[in-house]
Ligand binder design. Structure first.
Ligand code: PLP
Length: 448
C-alpha cells in the first residue's frame, strides 16, 4: 500500500529491523502487527499518508533526498516555504542574528522583534496593529479564540465544517473534520455548514449557507457569541474556496451577535493567493483578529496573532506570555521573508504563474474524467479526483497511487480534503512557468 504510517522514534533500544535506527518507517499492514511493547517505545509524530522519503537538502523549489535525487516541490512543506527552500537572504538573516542574540526573554525588548511586529502590522488593514508572536499556527489560533472569549465574555465559537485550525484543545474543537479530532473535551464550538461550491448542498449560494450561521446563533447560543473563525481557502480541507459573498454576510451576523471575526491566514497568508497578500482580502472583509504561521518564517517555527488595541487590552488584565514566541532568530528570519517576497515580486509571480497553472489544469480536466474539480487561486490550488463525475465518488486509492508515481518521477505534491482525494498544489512562490508546465505533464500522466 502506498499509505504509510510514519513513525519518528526516540532513540529506541530495539527497532523493527533490529537496528538502533532513530527513524523507522512502517507500512499500514506492518503497523498493525507491531507488538504493543514496541509501539510504546516510539513517539508517533505523524500518522498520515506520507511518502517514504528521506529529504536532506532544499534549494528554492527543489528538495534532495539522501541519494542526491532531486524533486520538484509543489507542496512547500504544507504551504510553508514561501520564498523557496533555504533562500540565502533568509538563511543569512538568521545566521547573523544567531551570532548576536539568540534569545531574549519576554521581559526585555529587542529591536528585531519590534521591527518585525511593525512590518507585519503595516501589511494589515484598519486598526490591526497589535502583534503577539507564537511558535505555530495552532498556538496563534488558540490565542485568538482565547482573546475573543475574554473580550466578549461569551464562550461560543463558530467555525466552518471541513476546516482545520490546529491540534490543541481549543483549536481541535474549532477544527471540523473527524480525521483530525481526538475524543477530548472541546467545548463551546459550533460548526456551520461549509460554503463549499463543489460539494456543498447549496452550491455557491452564500445567502443560503449564511442562514446556518444565523440559526446556530439563534438556536445554539444565548444569542451572543465570542467569535467566528474561518480560513478564506480551506487548505487541509482540500483547497476549498469559501463561496464568494459568504464572509461579508457571515461577519455581519457574527458582529450583530457581539462576536469577533477571526481570519485564519496560517495557510493562505503571505502572498500565497497571488491577487492579495492575505486570503481574507479576496473576500473584501476586515477581520478583528488575524492569525498566521507557515509562510511567515519560510519554515522556521513562528506564528503570530494581530488584532486591534481594543481587543488586545484583554490580555493586560492578567499575565500572558510565550517563552519562545517572537524569538529574535525567528523574527530576524521573518523580516527577511518580507523583504524577499517584495524584492522578488513573489506575490505577482504567484498570481501570474498560479493563473497559468490553473488554466492548464482546467485543460487537463477537460481530457481526464478522473479530474472532478480544479479550484483555488494563486499558488493554493486543488485538483479533486473522482471515479464518477456525476456522483463525485472520491478516488481515494487512485490518488495515493498517483502521488507515489509522481514521487518516483521526481515531483512532490500534497493531498487532503475530507475524503483525502484532493491534490494540493502549494509550491514555493518562486515556482516558475516552466515548473508549472512540468507539473502539468506529470499530473496529466498519472490521471490517464
Ligand atoms: N490553521 C490552518 C489553516 C492550518 O492549515 C494549520 C496547519 O496546517 C494550522 C492552523 C495549524 O498550524 P500548525 O501546524 O503550525 O500548528
Amino acid at each position: 500500500s502506498p499509505s504509510l504510517f510514519h513513525f519518528y522514534s526516540k532513540p529506541v533500544r530495539r527497532s523493527v529491523d533490529g537496528s538502533n535506527a532513530r527513524r523507522i518507517h512502517i507500512d499500514r499492514c506492518v503497523c498493525e502487527r507491531v507488538p504493543r511493547s514496541l509501539r510504546a517505545e516510539v513517539t508517533v509524530c505523524i500518522v498520515a499518508c506520507v511518502l517514504q522519503l528521506n529529504i536532506v537538502e532544499g534549494k528554492r523549489q527543489y528538495l534532495y533526498d539522501e541519494h542526491g535525487r532531486r524533486y520538484l516541490d509543489a507542496f512547500a512543506g504544507i504551504a510553508t516555504v514561501c520564498c523557496g527552500h533555504c533562500h540565502p537572504d533568509v538563511v543569512d538573516a538568521i545566521t547573523r542574528q544567531a551570532k548576536r542574540l539568540q534569545h531574549s526573554t519576554v521581559l526585555y525588548l529587542n529591536h528585531v522583534i519590534a521591527d518585525f511586529a511593525e512590518a507585519l502590522a503595516s501589511k494589515l488593514p484598519g486598526d490591526l496593529k497589535v502583534v503577539f508572536f507564537t511558535n505555530s499556527g495552532t498556538e496563534a489560533n488558540e490565542l485568538a479564540i482565547l482573546m475573543a472569549r475574554l473580550y466578549t465574555g461569551s464562550h461560543d465559537i463558530i467555525s466552518l465544517r471541513n476546516s482545520y485550525h490546529g491540534n490543541a484543545a481549543g483549536t481541535m474543537g474549532a477544527t471540523a473534520q473527524k480525521n483530525w479530532k481526538f475524543n477530548v473535551i472541546q467545548s463551546g464550538v459550533h460548526h456551520a455548514v461549509n460554503p463549499d461550491p463543489y460539494r456543498g448542498a447549496f452550491g455557491s449560494d452564500a445567502e443560503k449557507y449564511v442562514r446556518d450561521v444565523q440559526e446556530i446563533i439563534e438556536f445554539g447560543t444565548t444569542g451572543q457569541v465570542a467569535g467566528f473563525i474561518s480560513e478564506a481557502i480551506q487548505g487541509v480541507g482540500g483547497i476549498v474556496e469559501v463561496s464568494p459573498g459568504y464572509l461579508p454576510l457571515a461577519y455581519d451576523k457574527v458582529r450583530k451577535a457581539g462576536g469577533l471575526c477571526i481570519a485564519d491566514e496560517v495557510q493562505a497568508g503571505f502572498a500565497r493567493v497571488g491577487s492579495h497578500f492575505w486570503g481574507f482580502e479576496t473576500h473584501g472583509v476586515v477581520p478583528d483578529i488575524v492569525t498566521m504561521a507557515k509562510g511567515i518564517g519560510n519554515g522556521i517555527p513562528l506564528g503570530a496573532v494581530v488584532t486591534t488595541p481594543e481587543v488586545a487590552q484583554v490580555l493586560t488584565r492578567r499575565c500572558y506570555f510565550n517563552t519562545f514566541g517572537g524569538n529574535p532568530l525567528c523574527t530576524a528570519g521573518g523580516l527577511a521573508v518580507l523583504e524577499v517576497l517584495e524584492k522578488g515580486r513573489l506575490q505577482e509571480n504567484a498570481f501570474v504563474v498560479g493563473s497559468y497553472l490553473k488554466d492548464r489544469l482546467r485543460g487537463l480536466q477537460e481530457k481526464h474524467e478522473i479530474i472532478g474539480d480544479v479550484r483555488g487561486t494563486g499558488f493554493m490550488l486543488g485538483i479533486e479526483l473522482v471515479t464518477d463525475r456525476q456522483l463525485k465518488t472520491p478516488a481515494k486509492d487512485e490518488i495515493c497511487h498517483a502521488m507515489e508515481h509522481m514521487k518516483d518521477m521526481g515531483v512532490l505534491v500534497g493531498k487532503g480534503g475530507f475524503y483525502g482525494n484532493v491534490f494540493r498544489i502549494t509550491p514555493p512562490l518562486c515556482f516558475t512557468k516552466e515548473d508549472a508546465g512540468t507539473l502539468v505533464i506529470y499530473i496529466g500522466g498519472v490521471c490517464l
